[in-house]
Design a protein around this ligand. Structure first.
Ligand code: GLA
Length: 379
């Protein structure tokens, strides 16, 4: 269906018949251009240009990119005095080449951090290292990286501050420091707090506290990144909606920064226990990996239903939503094949293992087309 949307006939004057076809290529970025940016997290193969098939999708479909891993502290700043910028420079060049909105992910995160940083127990030394980290990186990409995920996952599920090494050593002052430094290093970049499960009412309250605290001190924060790692059944749309409303009320731009929908059972749905990093006991269990040889049509439809519900919501709040970024391009490369159980076959994104659009993609494009037609008809 979306193949036929390509041509817009423009101005037909009576007899001079000037029919000028304007090629408006059907793609996520074109179809949603009045609503929000559409993006994907990119990996080494994309950045190095070796995965040419996925690169074509990225160029055609997306107008914003986020680095899946290469800008995390352990890769970018592996030793106190050494930074490794090769991949990050290539990443920025890729975005620039295609005139994309380039996201930096992430300046401060307790995970995937260099081990030497986790050993620091002196608050003065820690502040000094954070300052060097943010000034060096945000300074290098000043005017080139348009949005920074300044801080990732600083909250617990109940909205309290996560007792990371940052917090244990510096208390909440590390959060203020990070945002102050990022704002000074690149005054034009958008500064974002990014986290998962931000639909949860208790965690939402934690975000509100964090934002209000920064605002009361005159520290710049522009947006909230809701990671949006979802499943076919949860979270409820109304919970996501309430969070979008609450964050928008604080003056925040909201983004879905790591969108994917797992097609597979999560262990915590079965045992109700807290999320762990590894579930070796389930590895190789066919019940937990039900579609190793392909995604059945009935499941494709369920996935499309879920994505349609999500995009209905996103379109409802397009004025408050800046960007929708998928966490990856095609199913075969998604982190959800290896987490929380290794060796599974998952189908969480819009493009299949051959980089062909899934039913969910087509459905979301149809949704947008239907809405545009209704708007044109003034309904
Ligand atoms: C978190 C991080 C991402 C990524 C995912 C898993 O959501 O923000 O950078 O590591 O976990 O891939």
């Amino acid at each position: 269906m979306f193949l036929s949307m390509g041509w817009l006939a423009v101005s037909c004057q009576q007899d001079t018949t000037v029919t000028k076809p304007v090629l408006e290529k059907p793609s996520l970025k074109n179809s949603f251009k009045k609503d929000f940016l559409m993006g994907a997290a990119v990996n080494d193969g994309h950045i190095n240009g070796t995965d040419t098939s996925s690169l074509k999708i990225i160029e055609r479909e997306f107008n914003t990119i986020t680095p899946e891993n290469i800008m995390k502290w352990m890769y970018l700043h592996p030793q106190p005095d050494s930074f490794y910028f090769d991949m990050a420079d290539k990443y920025v060049a890729l975005g620039k080449k295609h005139d994309m909105h380039i996201v930096g992910h992430t300046l401060l995160w307790h995970s995937q951090i260099a081990p030497w940083m986790d050993e620091i127990k002196d608050p003065v030394e820690m502040a000094k290292q954070i300052e060097n980290h943010i000034n060096t990186i945000a300074g290098r990409y000043k005017g080139k990286i348009h949005t920074w995920d300044v801080l990732n996952e600083a909250l617990n599920e109940d909205g309290s501050y996560r007792t990371s090494n940052f917090y244990n050593v510096m208390g909440e002052s590390y959060i203020e420091l990070a945002f102050r430094l990022a704002a000074a290093a690149d005054p034009d970049a958008k500064l974002v707090y990014n986290d998962y499960n931000l639909w949860k009412p208790e965690k939402r309250e934690g975000v509100i506290r964090l934002v209000k605290n920064l605002q009361s001190k005159g520290i710049k924060i522009d947006g909230i990144g809701m990671q949006a790692h979802y499943s076919l059944v949860g979270p409820e749309i109304s919970d996501i909606e309430n969070s979008i409303i609450a964050y928008a009320k604080l003056g925040m731009e909201v983004s879905m920064t790591e969108l994917d929908v797992t097609a597979l059972p999560n262990p915590w749905d079965l045992d109700g226990a807290a999320v762990k990093q590894n579930y070796e006991e389930y590895e190789g269990d066919p019940v937990m990996n039900p579609y190793p040889n392909g995604f059945p049509d009935s499941m494709q439809v369920k996935m499309a239903d879920r994505y349609e519900d999500l995009f209905q919501l996103y379109l409802k709040y397009e004025k408050n939503i800046d960007r929708i970024t998928f966490w990856g391009v095609s199913n075969g490369q998604s982190w959800l094949n290896g987490w929380p159980i290794k060796g599974r076959t998952n189908y969480p994104l819009f493009f299949n293992r051959k980089n062909k659009p899934q039913v969910a993609y087509e459905r979301v494009m149809q949704l947008k087309e239907k809405k545009s037609k209704l708007e044109e008809a003034g309904k």
